[in-house]
Write a protein that binds this ligand. Structure first.
Ligand SMILES: Nc1nc2c(c(=O)[nH]1)N[C@H]1C(S)=C(S)[C@@H](COP(=O)(O)O)O[C@H]1N2
Ligand SMILES: [Mo]
Length: 262
């Protein structure tokens, strides 16, 4: 390095424009190489960090630490504290996108479906779709946002989760920190912080565009939770349970933020 440097500078006087330019080039080059080496080593270090599994999702620990920090700062406050923007019917999509289909297998017998609610006593209560339709209906037209980057204005109807809790006297249950929901075969599952579940726009939803939910939209009952990304809007709810610990969450286990708030 020294030799070439000397050579590079040999023909210039120290005050010449060429000398200054060459010096600048050398300095920039050295900085660039140093940064590149630092970047490569940091990346390698991150990549070699142990995975953070268990109840946490499967990503490297340093990433998980950042997500945990986000969650502390933004966690419940953002999600539960505001109303999602709503739209007129004219803006609602006629052809609604179907995204995930985990837990929506063909061997589902809709005639046997009942919503199972595990109570804090340990007993299980069962509800038919008629039990839910008996409660006041709430509709919402909002911009449904998927974490993959697409969004769509869609129209949903059902019963507010908060109304369901009130009407069926599940206050003991809703005083816990989280609610968990799973598909009938437990293939897809979400955990929701209670303030977001009790948010006035969170629906146990049985209609889309004023029609019963189509099969691929989670017939007969799905969650619509506009203050969160689409991953939390579980289609075809089989069981609801309550807990002070974070319930298992399908996409959290695959590295996404637990709260997924908007
Ligand atoms: N049962 C079940 N619910 C699910 C999913 C799934 O794969 N299975 N995907 C989630 C994701 S990632 C999104 S974006 C929305 C998509 O809802 P849509 O199919 O009504 O567009 O459903 C959510 N609920
Ligand atoms: Mo999604």
């Amino acid at each position: 390095m020294k030799k070439t440097t000397r050579h590079l500078f040999a023909n210039y006087s120290k005050t010449s424009v060429e000398y200054k330019a060459a010096k600048k080039t050398l300095i920039s080059f050295t900085i660039f190489i140093t940064l590149a080496i630092v970047a490569v080593f940091s990346w390698r270090w991150l990549w070699n960090q142990p995975f953070d599994n268990g109840i946490q999702g499967g990503i490297q620990k340093p990433f998980r630490s950042i997500l945990n920090l986000n969650e502390k700062v933004f966690g419940n406050l953002e999600s539960a504290g505001h109303l999602a923007k709503t739209y007129p019917v004219s803006e609602a999509a006629k052809r609604v996108r179907v995204n995930g289909n985990i837990g929506l297998g063909n061997n589902f017998d809709a005639t046997k479906w009942k919503l199972q609610v595990v109570k804090s006593s340990g007993d299980t209560a069962y509800f038919t779709i008629e039990d839910l339709k008996r409660l006041p209906k709430t509709e919402i037209i909002f911009n449904f946002k998927c974490i993959e980057g697409w969004n769509q204005i869609t129209w949903w109807g059902g019963v507010r989760f908060a109304d369901f809790i009130k009407f069926y006297h599940l206050e003991n249950e809703s005083s816990m920190k989280y609610v968990g929901m799973t598909t009938p075969g437990n293939e897809y599952y979400v955990g929701i912080d209670m303030p977001s579940a009790l948010h006035p726009q969170t629906l146990l939803c049985y209609e889309m565009n004023r029609q019963p939910l189509p099969m691929n939209q989670g017939f007969p009952l799905r969650l619509i939770i506009p203050v969160k990304y689409g991953i939390k809007s579980i289609k075809r709810i089989g069981t609801i349970f309550f807990s002070n610990e974070k319930p298992p969450d399908y996409w959290f286990e695959r590295g996404y933020d637990y709260y997924a708030g908007l």
